[in-house]
Design a protein around this ligand. Structure first.
Ligand SMILES: C[S@@+](CC[C@H](N)C(=O)[O-])C[C@H]1O[C@@H](n2cnc3c(N)ncnc32)[C@H](O)[C@@H]1O
Length: 409
């Protein structure tokens, strides 16, 4: 009873706190009181308020909350503080992750952020690395040494973020992160060699809102990790034996679907999970680079996950040799828009029509029927002589659908 009353009272105060956001000077004064509340959530509300209020005193009021006893309050205070001191701050750029352009100079308030690299909470440390990463291009000695310190962090995600900020090889997975990041993809691509690192990323990346596509699930070790973290997991493998066994073993887990599929069979993957937010791709750590690259490219053309983890020893070796990457040209952006129409879609169909998967070529031919474009007609003519009868048939039907009556399947 007493606990319920306490909860109700807390809810009321939270409601009051939300109203404060519209209250200007009065709101600022009450937020200053809330910052001293014994209730963690209310101190967190104060941290958010100080970020939202657009008041020059906000950074000062946030500074004590950076060493709050509660990690969640420290995290909120850190995000708010980083946004306050960033000179390019705009309302849309409150979170340091969103800060894109390097600022013109290091703000004096940066000193309060530096010790947070050693915080006891991993989320706070990650956020501190992200906040400092925005200033890495300025090559400030204090910031560089804080990021260097983060390279020794016990958590891989922190080490990886620090390595990316510094443009060096991640000591955790051996990947020189960031250099190959495409400006058109907006997908975090993580390449690892060992199965341990791959599974570690499953533990660290997957979140309760994620829908994960796992290609090459094998006996399901990574599948189980993903299923314990994410909302939904679709795990595929091209082995009948392995998928049947795993389906039986995971039958009781409502958020996992195990399917027999070739990872290159994009139409089938789309039917299983149209919009994965994460992709885990492991068709064998020693699989040939060209096979892994084709698989990865097909996935990136069809889906827009927030991150993709690829396991490939050859790819890590290759990437570790890369020192410079020219930014991709705009016309290479072949992302499929949500509407699956327009030039992106046409380019994608042309790309897919060269897939080594028969199903993908058939799918491409069938889709081409709905678009009367010279390039597609030309490609369909070629596909009408494909060495697979299903592809020839699909191409002939598509051409007839486009009015080329003389084509025989
Ligand atoms: C090394 S195992 C994956 C191990 C798994 N990541 C784990 O953590 O246990 C590679 C799996 O990829 C599957 N595989 C290989 N080529 C494939 C493809 N084209 N499509 C789907 N699965 C494939 C293999 O059958 C094998 O089970």
């Amino acid at each position: 009873m007493a606990r319920r009353q306490g909860e109700e009272r807390r809810q009321e105060r939270m409601e009051e706190a939300r109203k404060l956001l519209k209250m200007g000077e009065e709101g600022f004064r009450i937020a200053e009181d809330l910052a001293h509340s014994p209730d963690d959530r209310l101190r967190g509300v104060a941290a958010i308020y100080f970020c939202a209020c657009n008041d020059p005193r906000a950074a000062d009021r946030l500074r004590p909350l950076l060493s709050d006893e509660c990690p969640d309050v420290r995290l909120r205070a850190l995000r708010s503080y980083a946004a306050q001191i960033h000179p390019a701050r705009s309302k849309k750029e409150r979170r340091p992750r969103r800060v894109q352009k390097p600022p013109p100079s290091v703000p004096p308030g940066i000193d309060a952020l530096l010790p947070m690299i050693g915080d006891s909470d991993v989320k706070v440390r990650s956020c501190a690395v992200e906040a400092l990463a925005a200033y890495a291009p300025l090559r400030d000695r204090r910031i560089e040494s804080a990021l260097q310190q983060a390279l020794n962090d016990p958590k891989h995600q922190v080490r990886h973020a620090a390595a990316r900020a510094l443009g060096v090889t991640c000591p955790g997975c051996g990947v020189r992160a960031g250099v190959s990041k495409s400006s058109v993809s907006h997908v975090e691509i993580i390449v690892v060699s060992s199965v341990e690192a791959y599974r570690q990323w499953a533990r660290e990346l997957a979140a309760p809102t994620d829908a994960v596509l796992e290609i090459g699930c094998s006996t399901g070790v990574t599948t189980r990790i993903l299923a314990s973290k994410a909302a939904q997991v679709v795990a595929v493998d091209n082995s009948v034996l392995l998928t049947e066994r795993l389906r039986g073993e995971l039958a009781g887990r409502g958020n996992v679907q195990v399917a027999l599929a070739d990872g290159r069979d994009i139409p089938k993957l789309i039917a299983l999970l149209a919009e994965p937010t994460l992709i885990f791709l492991d068709i064998g750590g020693n699989a040939r680079l060209d096979n892994v690259a084709l698989q990865a490219r097909l996935c990136l053309t069809a889906f827009r996950p927030r991150a993709m983890v690829v396991r490939s020893a050859e790819m890590t070796q290759f990437l570790s040799l890369v020192s410079t990457v020219e930014p991709p040209q705009a016309d290479q952006d072949r992302w499929v828009g949500r509407s699956r129409s327009g030039d992106d879609w046409i380019a994608y169909l042309l790309d897919l029509s060269h897939s080594s998967s028969v199903e993908s070529r058939v799918f491409a031919a069938r889709q081409m029927r709905s678009h009367d474009k010279a390039a597609l007609r030309k490609r369909l003519q070629e596909m009408a002589a494909d060495n697979n009868p299903s592809v020839r048939r699909a191409a002939a039907m598509a051409l007839r659908g486009l009015g080329e009556a003389q084509v025989q399947p």
